[in-house]
Unconditional design. Sequence first.
Length: 549
Amino acid sequence: MTRMIGTTDDKAMSLSADVWYLILRNVADRADLARLCRVCKALYPLANRILYRKITVGPPVVDRLTHLAYLMGMSQGQHRRSKSTGWAESLALVRRLAADHNSAQTTAVCEIDIVSRFEHDFEHTKLHDMRPEFEEALPSFVSVLPNLRQVRIFSPSPAFDTLFRVLHEHPNKPEIHLLREDGSRPVSGPMPGVVTVKVSASPWSDTPEKPNTVIPGTEKLFFACPDLKSFSLSVHNNYGGCMRPPIYHPIIKTFQFASSSGDEQVVVFPPLESLSLSGYDMDVDKEWPRWRDGLDWSRLKSLSLGLNPRYAGGPTMADLLEQFQGHATALRSLTIQTWAAEGHETCPPLESFLASFDALEELTVKRHFVPIETLAGHSRLKRLCLHCIETKRPEGAFRPTLGVADLARLDASCPDLESLEIDISRDDAASGEWPNKILVEALAGSFSNLRRLTLHCEVGLVFDWSRPQDKPSLPLLDEALIRAFAEPFFASRGASKMERLTIKTGETLRRFPQWNPGYRLLEEASTRQFNAWLQITDGEVRVQEHFPA
């Protein structure tokens, strides 16, 4: 990379600053960016714009397993410096930037990610020693950032009231995104500037001393944000286990629309553009009419529904679709998914809902099969994912997939498709050979604007809960099998816009109540994902296994 700029500032600056900015933006490794700056000091201002455009303050965002491993290390006296010094490093960065209002680093900051604690962290850990000092320094810090545009907060900490006020008074009116809420944030008044709220909560975890108030708390937060555009609510219901947890107080699982005096509250819905409800048992009789009459449906462009458990006694995803039909007609994006063992693969309410309008550009349906007649009605589709889960079926029945004629009609009806994810079956269960008609006639020679194609294959499971399955009935995906598909595919397709072909097996939409079935370990061991692409330089097909982060 350093050869591109020679050894002098004059040679480097023979290109315009805008061109160098584009080059540096595509340097993924910060070490390479540092080497470039050491070769040419004239690149420092551009590097500052890139390095400081988005900064993260607070300890690193980690998942639950990583954090549990960290706590185990602490219990054994093994302290990780990178985790325990997160507060100190962030506090030093905040103070340094706030001290010089006109520095190149301060003026470069446009976005801030604020992490005020670990996910699943505990207040008594030593990691919180500097937390109050850090949170106290944030308001004065953001007030001096002249180009601040977005603030993302990954914590429901109640210590941010002053921060919200300062952000509201900021001349840029930066957008605020609350991305890790749990219904516990105290709400004392309106919260202007908040455009995104993501809540993940459970209404089941009460105690004898205190009822669970996560849903009422979420409702209060929802209506306190007059500028809210995106709202996501993921509810974790009581599922599985041999014993039901004790319940000490009445469980509130839905919005109540009531004031503190118990009277029905007059509320103004925020101008939502995106709505995601997962596992949420909306009260169709009492709650739905308030949503129906209060929401400005003409603004709603994105809707995601699913994972509503039938056992809970609440409405299923299909029930919600029946209510939404005739109202959510301006959608550009729709996501529908349910668990493997719940519902049927055919879903008439979903088909009826899709037939009620024709404006979709993105459609994701997992668990249900949608016939081509319904899909073809949305001619503006650019991204389509249609995936049916590998489940137990009657003897002789197969997982439904789009055939050659279906794909030909989809190509003719939706010429703008750029991303397509569908299921595919191998012709012979014993040999696992690829279906050549689908390969040559329907995929390789069609969909001229396609950039990404993902094909989902079955593992070959025997659905017996009583005993483990030794091996799948279909060959495991490996590089040789992927090449057997990818090479003739790219040879038939020739030069095109195609960037990546992905073939995968395995399933994420499974859950088991008390005991894992015999096929679970086999499916986990057989889960594979491979990416293949055509190398432009030599015309060779490259295949690489993908390992999720």
